[in-house]
Structure formats: structure tokens, C-alpha cells
Ligand binder design. Structure first.
Ligand SMILES: Cc1cc2nc3c(=O)[nH]c(=O)nc-3n(C[C@H](O)[C@H](O)[C@H](O)COP(=O)(O)OP(=O)(O)OC[C@H]3O[C@@H](n4cnc5c(N)ncnc54)[C@H](O)[C@@H]3O)c2cc1C
Length: 696
């Protein structure tokens, strides 16, 4: 081999090691020259130190060097070679590569899904039980033959059928009896936070499921299925090993600590019995407010799953009837005229969902004529719909409805509902009142809530302690006014928290003055004493905190005689002004939920305090106040769906609106609130189903 050839091989090796091609780099680029120089210098350096090692490269030596340098630079390829021993894969075309990779990914995916399916079937097979669980079980005679007693000599359910079933059940039977009336938002929140071991829990409700009401309008049009919104109460109760009685509470005998309960037996005969309690929680919700309007039997309501089912059937029935060729034009228009009476969140959300159904789904499978003749109307007594929301948000909702051709009739009051039309009065802009008629084929009555029958009965029984006509009054510890302290609580829609700080604090100060042998009317409070009174007001009435921020200003404002002190009259005036600023809490799931959680935490605390209290022989007095803080409502915002768009009112003037992304945010908020994994999963599937196949 010639010297020139040897040199070429050496240079090309160096270039390969440097990662460049000798031909392309030798002429133009500066880099290969540098590389060459570095390589030559390296050669000289090497020859200086390893002179005998540097010798002309033969072909064999070149192959060996090339292989070593490749191994040095790419150790992975060395491994690959060592592993396979096969020639390296040849370069394929881009299309072949793409096809190969796609097939690999799809194949892996299919394999993965197949493994998941197989795993599911294996699990599913384990859920079928062949063995039967018959056997002896303990049931107390008290449970089988309840003794009679109480004011009406009815059976008293002293023991439950499963109270002696297990050792744990036997232990729990001696715990304080906590009876909860109703299985709605308030009660379920309480059950979810209650310590499982502290109480013997019994829930009484005519319905054996919890209903996720905020999504009920979606169920009327098939966006969500009914079963996705309900959770069996027994399943929720299992966490606290509680008992469930499917029955209606009719009355409460406070002095005997008995709840009178009724149920219709298998022969249609009403049976009544008493359930004893140590602590009673009333959470029976509310009923639709009829506002004294005639003809409500021609309306639909939306309080329960059965209502939603009826609404769905009626909407579909009207649409099908409108499709008949024999249906006259006027009648078709009437059938397709949907009226919502009430522009609150429920009415608005229902109108929006109905519009979605008619606009997105029915146009696909029904004659187009129907879409042109469908009309949706909202009759609202106030000047805006969603009047509890920020005005800008309610205006946005109105504008959105105007775009969707949902007619909003504001300043209008329904007078009568006839089977085929609705009669209402409307305040016109010039101040006159005109009576109007609207032909309709469907009317939803959604104009607020009023007191349930049980609550009316209880309020009447408690007399002057209950003065509110709309709800049962409680103190800030949620104890029902007029009942022995710590026995009976009321939460949710059926109750309202009385913020009477003036009466409360004044009578407290009176007592204090008498105790110190002073005449309360001559009491004069200095600024520092007023500060102490204010902190007591804040502790007992947390809702008043925001109105007690500038104590110095209030002091100055109400010290009318500029004496530098507040006398009794001035203090009373000050506290009355604060009371007047406190509004009643909204009848929402959010409030009921917070009250349920509050009670659970308090009951847990009371159960822990109980041994200490009984050791110290503390049986009377304000134990709740001593052990736990008063209830404080925190408004987390109000949401409403308004048809492929949603509004969020976060309070204090903050809020936002948006299109589909806001709908997803709205869904996420409720999805997170949903009571269990089962309902979450079902809701998710329903939304998928709507996206893929429409509402059904
Ligand atoms: C369609 C609709 C949509 C709504 N949307 C929202 C919303 O988006 N956001 C929001 O915050 N709120 C919403 N609400 C309001 C919310 O549902 C109520 O504020 C909440 O349900 C009140 O909870 P509660 O525990 O007081 O009563 P409920 O949840 O109404 O539960 C009452 C329970 O008491 C039972 N009961 C009734 N009578 C008796 C009796 N005599 N004896 C024993 N049990 C009895 C009932 O069967 C029921 O289980 C909506 C309500 C409706 C109807």
C-alpha cells in the first residue's frame, strides 16, 4: 500500500471520528482543517509518547480502528450488536416507517384494552356469589314487638331489627340516638362527616335516595340520566352503620323526645309509630311555593326525579303530537309553546336545557317546521331574571336568551294557569297594569319555595318562639328556637338562622348588670367595654362580623349625646341597625351542605366532650356554645347554566361569563360536588353519550 493511500485512510478516519465527511469539508469549511490540525497534532503528540505505536495503517488495522472508534463513540450500538448479532436494520422509506410505527402503537393499544377487558371480566366473575348467607341472627324482642307509649299510645321503636346483628352493632346501640329527618343535602353532608362510632344513627325519609338537585334540569331533557343523579341513602349510611326508615315524619313530641312517623303498609293502610331520639336534626327541605295562584294542577314542578320524568314525557308527548298531520296549525303552535313561570336559577336552567334539546337534537329527527314553531317563554315577576345574581350577569343571561329567541317577560305575575293557556299581568313602562294571555302546551312552576307541612305543624306547636312564616327559626348554633337546648336542630331549606343580636346581647347585659346589683338602664359603656361587647357579638353572630369593622366610627355615630359612653338605649339602637343589615341565608344546596358539615363537626366534638361533661356533672347550660363555635355561612358563589354558556357570580361584584369553556367549568364544579364515585362515573358517561349520540 502506498504512502498516499495510507495518509488518506488516516485523514478519513479522523474526519469520521470528528463526524464530518472528508470530501465535503476538505475544501471549504474551516472546521475540518482545524480538525485535521488537531488530529495531526494528536498524531505528533502520540508519536512523541507512543512512538512505536504510531505506524502506517493497513486495511485490516483501519477496519479494527474504525470499529473501536464506533464503539467508543456509540456504546449503545456496541450493546445492540452484542445482543442481536444480526446486521443492523436497513433504512426504510418514511411511509414504511410510519406504517410500522402506527401498527405498533395501534397493536399495543388494542392489546392493552384487551387486557383491561379480560381483567374486568375476571373481577366481574368474582362479584357473583354462589354461596348463600343464611344462618342464625340475633334480633331483640324489643325490635320485633315494640312497646306502646307516648301521648298517642303508638308503638315506640326502641330497637332496630339489626341492632343485635353483630358485636359492633350491639356496642353502637347504647350510643346517643341521633335521628335525622330527610335525606337531602343537609342530612347527607352531616352523614358524610360524622364520626362512625359516636352515635346510633337513624334516617327517616319518604325517599330512599339522595338527589343531586343542581343537575335536575339536565335530566328533564336527557342530557343526564335520572340514575346518575341519585345515590341510595342506605349506601351513604353504611359509613356510620346507620339505620334507614322509609317513612314520613308527621310530628315531634318535644317533651317526650319522640318523632311521630307514618307509612302506608302493603295493604294501603297507614301505620304510625314513634321513633325516640336524644338528638334530632330536621332537614326536610321545602315545597314549591304556590303564591295562591289558581290552576297549578295544570303545571309541572321540578323538585324530584319523578317530576323530572314527568316533564321529560310531557315535552316529548307535545312534540310528537305536534308532528301529526291532523294537528291544526294553531294547536301545533300551542303544543310547542313552553312556559316557565319563575326566572330564578331553576327556571332559567330548565329553559336553557329545553332550548338545547329543541335546537340541537329535535331538529335532527323531527320535521323542520317544528323548530320554526317552537317557542320558550319565561315569566318573571321582577325586572330581571336571576335577580339574586349581579345585575351585569343577569343582563348577560337576558341578552343570551334574546339571541336564542327565548322570550323573557319581566315585571309579570301569573294570575291563573288554565289547561291550554296562562293568564298573567304585566307592568308596562308607563306604569299601567295589563292582563295578557299566552297559549301554552306546557308550564313549569318554579317560583320559589315555602314551608313543608311538618315544619308548619312544628312552628305552630312552638308558638311565639317561631315567628317566621317561611322557615323554622334557629339560633346561630342551628338549635331550633323554643326547644330544650341541644335537643333539636334544623338545617337546610326548612330552616332560617335568626340573627337577633340586639335582643340577645341586651338581655345578656341586663343579666350581667343584675348580677352585679346594677340597674341595666343606667349602664354606660366606655369604648373599651363596647369593644368587648362587639367581640361577643362577633363570636355569637359570625354573620355580623362584616358590619363590625370600624368600631370607633360606630361608637362615635351612636353616641348621640356625645358623652363619650354608650348608654343602654344607644347600644340597643346600634345593635338593631346591625341586625337590620343581616339578610337571611339563601335556600341553596350550598347552605344546606355547609350546615350539615357544621353539625357533624359539632356532634363529633360534643361526643368527645361528653365524658368530661358528665364527670363534672354538667348536664344543663349552653353546652354547644361551650364546646363549639357558632355557624358561619361562607358564600362560595352562584352558578347558572344558560344554554351553551354559563355564568359565575362569586359575590362582592365579582363574576364572569363564558361560552363552552364556562360550561365545562360549570360541569366541573358540580362534578366535584357529586356525592360518590358511582354518580361521578355515570355523569361522565352521560356527557360522553350526549356528545356522541345526542340527548336521548
Ligand atoms: C331543580 C333544582 C335545582 C337546584 N339547583 C341548585 C343549585 O344549582 N345550587 C344550589 O345551591 N341549590 C340548588 N337547588 C336548591 C337545593 O336543592 C336545595 O337548597 C337543597 O336541596 C336543600 O337541601 P335540604 O337538605 O334542606 O333539603 P332537600 O335536599 O330538599 O331534602 C329534603 C329531604 O327531606 C325529605 N322529607 C321531606 N318531607 C319529609 C318528612 N315529612 N319526613 C321525613 N323526610 C322528609 C325529602 O324526601 C328529602 O329527602 C336546586 C333545587 C332544585 C329543585
Amino acid at each position: 500500500m502506498s504512502a498516499g493511500r495510507t495518509a488518506t485512510i488516516k485523514i478519513s478516519t479522523v474526519f469520521r471520528i470528528a463526524g464530518v465527511s472528508p470530501r465535503s469539508q476538505s475544501t471549504t469549511s474551516a472546521f475540518p482543517r482545524t480538525a485535521f490540525r488537531v488530529a495531526s497534532q494528536a498524531k505528533h503528540t502520540q508519536s512523541r509518547h507512543f512512538g512505536n505505536l504510531f505506524r502506517p495503517i493497513t486495511r485490516n488495522r483501519f477496519q479494527s480502528l474504525k470499529h473501536k472508534s464506533a464503539q467508543f463513540l456509540h456504546p449503545a450500538s456496541r450493546n445492540a450488536r452484542a445482543l442481536s448479532g444480526q446486521p443492523l436494520p436497513q433504512r426504510r422509506s418514511f411511509i414504511l416507517n410510519f406504517a410500522y410505527r402506527t401498527a405498533a402503537i395501534v397493536g399495543t393499544g388494542v392489546g392493552f384494552v384487551a387486557v383491561l377487558f379480560a381483567a374486568f371480566f375476571v373481577y366481574d366473575a368474582t362479584t357473583y356469589k354462589e354461596s348463600v348467607n343464611f344462618g342464625d341472627c340475633n334480633v331483640s324482642m324489643l325490635a320485633l314487638n315494640p312497646p306502646r307509649g307516648g301521648p298517642k299510645n303508638l308503638p315506640i321503636i326502641e330497637a332496630m331489627l339489626d341492632d343485635d346483628e353483630s358485636e359492633i352493632a350491639k356496642e353502637r346501640k347504647h350510643k346517643p340516638r341521633l335521628v335525622i329527618l330527610g335525606g337531602g343535602w343537609g342530612s347527607v353532608a352531616l352523614l358524610k362527616q360524622l364520626n362512625p362510632d359516636d352515635y346510633h344513627v337513624t334516617v327517616i325519609s319518604p325517599k330512599n335516595y339522595f338527589l343531586f338537585t343542581p343537575m335536575l334540569p339536565s335530566a328533564t331533557v336527557g342530557t343526564l340520566e335520572f340514575r346518575s343523579l341519585v345515590e341510595p341513602i342506605r349506601r351513604i349510611l353504611s359509613r356510620v352503620n346507620g339505620h334507614f326508615l322509609r317513612a314520613t315524619a308527621e310530628d315531634v313530641e318535644f317533651s317526650h323526645k319522640l318523632v311521630e312517623v307514618s307509612q302506608v303498609d302493603a295493604h294501603g293502610k297507614e301505620v304510625r309509630f314513634y321513633v325516640p331520639y336524644d338528638k334530632l336534626v330536621i332537614g326536610v327541605g321545602s315545597v314549591s311555593n304556590p303564591h295562591g295562584v289558581k290552576g297549578l294542577e295544570n303545571c309541572h314542578f321540578l323538585k324530584d326525579v319523578n317530576d323530572a320524568r314527568r316533564v321529560r314525557n310531557q315535552v316529548m308527548r307535545n312534540v310528537e303530537l305536534a308532528c301529526l298531520p291532523t294537528t291544526p296549525d294553531d294547536e301545533r303552535k300551542r303544543l310547542l309553546s313552553f312556559v316557565v313561570s319563575g326566572g330564578g336559577p331553576t327556571g332559567v336552567e330548565f329553559a336553557a336545557e329545553l332550548f338545547d334539546l329543541l335546537n340541537e337534537d329535535l331538529t335532527r329527527s323531527f320535521p323542520r317546521l317544528l323548530r320554526n314553531e317552537i317557542s320558550v317563554h319565561i315569566i318573571q315577576s321582577r325586572s330581571h331574571i336571576l335577580n339574586t345574581y349581579d345585575e351585569a350577569l343577569s343582563k348577560y343571561a337576558e341578552a343570551r336568551f334574546a339571541r336564542d329567541q327565548i322570550e323573557v317577560l319581566t315585571n309579570s305575575r301569573v294570575k291563573e294557569v288554565k289547561p291550554d293557556r296562562i293568564i298573567f299581568t304585566q307592568n308596562t313602562e308607563d306604569g299601567s297594569l295589563v292582563t295578557k294571555e299566552l297559549p301554552m302546551g306546557f308550564c313549569l312552576w318554579s317560583t320559589g319555595v315555602s314551608q313543608a307541612e311538618l315544619c308548619q305543624r312544628i312552628a305552630a306547636k312552638l308558638g311565639p318562639a317561631q315567628t317566621n312564616r317561611h322557615a323554622l327559626e334557629t339560633d346561630t348554633h342551628l338549635r331550633l328556637n323554643g326547644t330544650p337546648l341541644g335537643d333539636v336542630y334544623a338545617i337546610g331549606d326548612c330552616a332560617t338562622v335568626q340573627n337577633n343580636s340586639a335582643d340577645n346581647i341586651i338581655s345578656f347585659l341586663r343579666g350581667l348588670a343584675f348580677k352585679h346589683g346594677k340597674d341595666p338602664e343606667t349602664l354606660e359603656l366606655t369604648f373599651s367595654e363596647w369593644r368587648n361587647v362587639a367581640s361577643e357579638v362577633k363570636r355569637k353572630f359570625p354573620q355580623a362580623v362584616s358590619h363590625l369593622k370600624r368600631l370607633d366610627k360606630l361608637f362615635e355615630q351612636f353616641d348621640k349625646d356625645q358623652s363619650g359612653t354608650l348608654n343602654f338605649g344607644e347600644l340597643r339602637e346600634l345593635l338593631k341597625q346591625i341586625d337590620s343589615k343581616l339578610t337571611s341565608l339563601p335556600a341553596t344546596a350550598q347552605r344546606a351542605n355547609q350546615q350539615g358539615i357544621y353539625l357533624a363537626h359539632k356532634f363529633n366534638k360534643l361526643a368527645h366532650c361528653a365524658p368530661g361533661l358528665s364527670r363534672n356533672e354538667v348536664r344543663d347550660g349552653d353546652v354547644d356554645d361551650a364546646c363549639y363555635k357558632a355557624f358561619e355561612y361562607r358564600h362560595l358563589g352562584s352558578l347558572a347554566y344558560i344554554g351553551n354558556s354559563a355564568i359565575f357570580d362569586l359575590g362582592s361584584g365579582w363574576g364572569f361569563t363564558g361560552g363552552v369553556w364556562a360550561v365545562y367549568a360549570w360541569r366541573s364544579a358540580y362534578f366535584a360536588q357529586s356525592v360518590g364515585f358511582r354518580t361521578k362515573f355515570l355523569m361522565m358517561m352521560d356527557w360522553f353519550k350526549r356528545g356522541l349520540f345526542g340527548r336521548g
